[in-house]
Structure formats: C-alpha cells, structure tokens
Design a protein around this ligand. Sequence first.
Ligand code: C2E
Ligand code: MG
Ligand code: MG
Length: 608
Amino acid sequence: MEVIDGRKRPLALIVDDDETVRLLVRQTLEQSDFDVEEAENGVIALSAFRNRRPHIVLLDVVMPELDGYRTCRAIRQLPEGEHTTILMMTGLDDVDSINEAFDAGATDFITKPMNYLILGHRVRYMLRTMQAFESLRESRRQIRHLAYYDSLTNLPNRRLFGDRLNHSLEIARRENHLVALLFIDLDNFKRINDTFGHTVGDNLLQAVARRLLHALRKSDTVSRNTEGYHLSLSRLGGDEFTVLLEHLKRVEDVARVARRITETLSAPFLFGKEEVVITPSIGIAVYPHDGKDNEELIKNADTAMYCAKDEGRNNYQFYTASMNASSFERLSLENNLRKALDREELQVYYQPKIDLARHKVSGMEALMRWNHPDLGMISPDEFIPLAEQTGLIVGMGEWVIRTVCRQMQEWVSAGQTGLKVAVNLSARQFRQDNLVDVISDVIRETSLDPQRLELELTESVIIDDLEASRGTLAELKAMGIRISLDDFGTGYSSLRLLKELPIDSLKIDQSFIRDITSDVDDAAIVSTLISLAHNLKLRVIAEGVETGKQLEYLRVKKCDEAQGYLIARPMTADAFENWIQEHRKSRRSASSKREARKRETRKLSRCV
Ligand code: C2E
Ligand code: MG
Ligand code: MG
C-alpha cells in the first residue's frame, strides 16, 4: 500500500444509519487494509470529515436528519472535500436517484444489497484512480510553472514577460500611462562561463537575479513602490534580463531604476576564493514614444542595449531613432565584412621602422587594410572592433599572418636580410585555442625563420586572462617568435607584466610621442619609459613619430627604434620594395658624401 499523507493506510468514512451495513462494510474494508471511521448520520459524518479528513466516503442515501445527497453536497463545499472520493450506497437502483447522486457531487455509486467481495476491490480501485487524478492535477500547476517561469532563477520567463508586456500596454493605452522596458545584458558573461565553467555561470545568474530583485525593492517579482509605478523582473534566457515599469508617470524614474541596477551589480560576487565582477549594459525603450507594441518596444530596447555596449559597456542608454540608422549601417558593414576575405578585398600594408643607433631599417609593422569597392579604403580602427565582436577576426587574422610570412620569405629570398616583420594580434585571436598551431603551420608552410616574426599585443589583451597568456607567450617564445607590447602607456602600464612575461620590446604609444617636444610631462614620461625598459633589457620603439624634433629627442634619449609618418606611411608590399631601395640608395649617397667630407677635412688638416 502506498503511503498517503504520511499515513500508512488510507482512511474510509462509512456513513449509514443501519448498524449492520456499517459493520459489514467495515469488515470488508479492514480486510482490504483500510482504516475505518463510522458515522450514523449526515451531521456526524460532516464533523468526522472535518476532523479526520478521510480519503474516501461511503455514503448511504436514505438517512434521518441529513440525507445522503445533502451530506454529499455539504462535503463538497468543505475546502478539503472538493476532491475527496465519495461513493454513494443506494438501495434505489432507479436512474433518477443515480442521477441525483451525481448531481450532488458523488464520484460513483454502488447499489444495495451489496456484493461485499466486489466492494473492497471497487473502493481500492476508485482510490487509486483518484490519486492518479490528484497527481495529474499537481503536475498541471507544475507544468504551468515550467511554461511561464525560468527554472534557474524562478523569475518569469520570456513567455510570461511577453504576456505581461502585452497586458500592460493595453492598460497604458486605455489609461494614458507610460511603460518603460529595460533590456539588461551582462557584459562579458560568456567569458565568465568559459573561464569558470557553467556551474559558476549558473550560480552567478541566480545571484544576479537575487540582487536585482532585492534592488528593485521587494522579494516578489512584482512590486508597486512609493513612486507609484509597478516593477517586474524577468529573465529572457542566457544573460538577458528585463525590467518592466508600468503605471509610470515620469521618464526620469526610469533612469533612477537603471542606475540602481548598475550600482547593485557593481560589488563583486564571491565564489569560494574567486571574486567575479559583472557589469550590465542596459537599453531602455518607453511606450508610447519608442514603440507602440511589444515587438517594436523590445526591438528598440535591444538596439539601445547594443549602443550601451558600444559606449564601453556598464552603462544605460535610452533609445533614439538615430540608433536604428546606425545599427542598420553596422549590419550592412558586418555583411560586407563577412564577404571581404572571399572577395579578396583585404590587403596588408607595411610601415617601416628604423634603428636609431645604426641608422638603418630594422623592420616593418604589417597593418591590415580593407579596400571596399564602393566605400573605399576602410581603416582598421573602424572594422577591427566589429571583426572582433563577430569573430570574423579569427579568419582575417590567420590570413594576415599567412600573407605576411609568405611575403617576408619572398623578400628574404630576394636578399632583403636583417628585417623583422611585426603582426598585430587582437584579443580574440590571442585567445584562440589553436593560435600556436596556426602560426607554426604557417611558418612551416612558408619556411620563414621564426626569428623574423614579431607579434604585437596590447597589455589589456594579455591581462584579460593572465595565466592563459603566460602559457601562450611561452609557447610562442619557444618557437623563436618575438613579442612586443603595443600602445604602451595607454593601459595598465604594469611593471610586473614587463618583468614577468617573456616580452622583447615595448612600443610607446603615439599619444606620448606627439607632444614630447612641447610638453615637459610627456617628455619626462617617455624618457623614463626608455630607461625603465632598458633596465629590464627590453627594446623600445616609439610609435607615431611625425617630426624631426621628435626623432632627435628620441635619439638623444637612446630610444632603440622609431616608426611614424616622418619615416614613411604604411604602404603596399610593392611600394615598400621601392621605398627600401630608394632609402638605401639615399643613405649610401648621404654616407658617401659624409665620407668625402671627412676625407676633404683630413686632407686640409694635413696641409695646414
Ligand atoms: P597600432 O598597432 O598601434 O598601429 C599603429 C597605427 O598608427 C597604425 O594605424 C598606423 O598607420 C598609425 N601610424 C603610424 N605612424 C603614424 C604617425 O606618424 N602618425 C599617426 N597619426 N599615425 C601613425 P592603422 O593602420 O590605422 O591601424 C590602427 C590599429 O588597428 C593598429 O594600431 C592595430 O591595433 C590595428 N590593426 C592594424 N592591422 C591589424 C591586424 O592585421 N590585426 C589586428 N588584430 N589589428 C590590426
Ligand atoms: Mg601595432
Ligand atoms: Mg600601437
């Protein structure tokens, strides 16, 4: 026998004014493992029902005081009586009385005189059926929950959110209210999932949900606060949450809620010893200004959220109509970029670097260009962030490395020795699992001496995941490749990184070089950086050298190399070949003129 309500045996209540019937039914049911309670009329039956809550009631029809039909109706009115099994025992086997029994709420009927052998089976069978119904009913409340609530955070899910938004817009239309939709996306959540695993990711989402609920003032998902508007939080999936503000009177209140969300998430989350910091990007659309229906509001809040991401994340943005224009531009740029590689629209330009002590070209930096047939030359600052976000950078970067190594090997074979080429790597490329394999394949394919290849990385790319970076850098170094720290001075400028990581050189960002001859602070910074790097046995390269004075200052301060428009702008491979020949020719003639002058001076001094 299954356990029911924690009791071992189910309880039957027999209601009959005939003592013999009660006795016979009791014996039958006890043999079938029931506990039995008796009542000799309807009034006693009702109080027994309230006290004992039987699983099944066997009810005689004709009784003094309260007859069976009325007793049945009364039981059905009781809170616990709604789903109880009630079997009417009727001596009247005419159809009318049977109908009346069902009308009164009986589950089934059995006619007198009773076959007691069958009664036991029948009662047990009925009970089992009722239990099956009961659990079905329970799993229906559960199924509804699953359909409308998110199982991870218990917040309303996308479907319930959609229904609520619909409903609140209907009311807003009728009553002239504002409704605001805040679309929240957690920044870099994927990275947290990848780094710490999905369990931490899930726990983090739960913790974020709890904090948001708390910040939105109540432990319920819906609350009406002192400003008079309703708030409700939902999770649409992944790291996307929404807050719906109904009955809103002032748009300013929305900004306050957005700020509260950003603030509440700003404290780190603790997982064991790990501290995880998570920031939100929030897009806001307000009915009726930014959309008249669900679809338009959601789309525009989403667009505003992407703008918040573009603005550097961890902020909120109200939707504006111009955002759609720019997201359209972005979309078409993205579509074009996808085709750029196949259509051979990408090119590599080379910008020379010179060795300041030896007065000669030390190498060049490879810089990607996108030559679009209609839009013309597009700068890497415009398309690299997009390529990075969409993941297209991986394929593009591989193409750059292959093109550069092949070109470099051609130049070496043609007698251009003593040059090194530097390739830029973005964050996503550097995080790519097979980066080392890709580079070593290319080096093998092109037979380039790896010592001729240099990789330029910014500090932020390295710091993003320091442990992983350490491993990748060590593997690249082991292959003989050189590592250069790009745009130094603009980011963390961490001495520890310079000391601990296998870095060969650092490139001082052009923003410091620009004013070295006019701004004493910049001059001091550059001079300090140079001696600091030298103490750490690093070479120093100055970027963005545009004037002779800047070059002179750098030479005096013993900067190792310089790169910039003063020396040459980035150029195609063909142009670079011409440039280096011209450069060498003019250096040769300059040095032979110098030699001639020296000889002349020596002759003169001998004469004197
Ligand atoms: P970066 O690595 O710091 O490259 C130096 C940038 O400064 C280049 O801009 C170069 O053209 C510019 N520049 C050089 N000399 C001067 C100068 O005297 N004055 C001024 N004002 N600018 C100068 P570019 O080519 O537009 O590249 C911009 C950035 O795009 C690069 O900055 C680099 O971070 C990225 N990038 C370029 N090519 C690639 C690539 O193949 N892969 C990746 N991942 N990033 C690339
Ligand atoms: Mg660079
Ligand atoms: Mg740079």
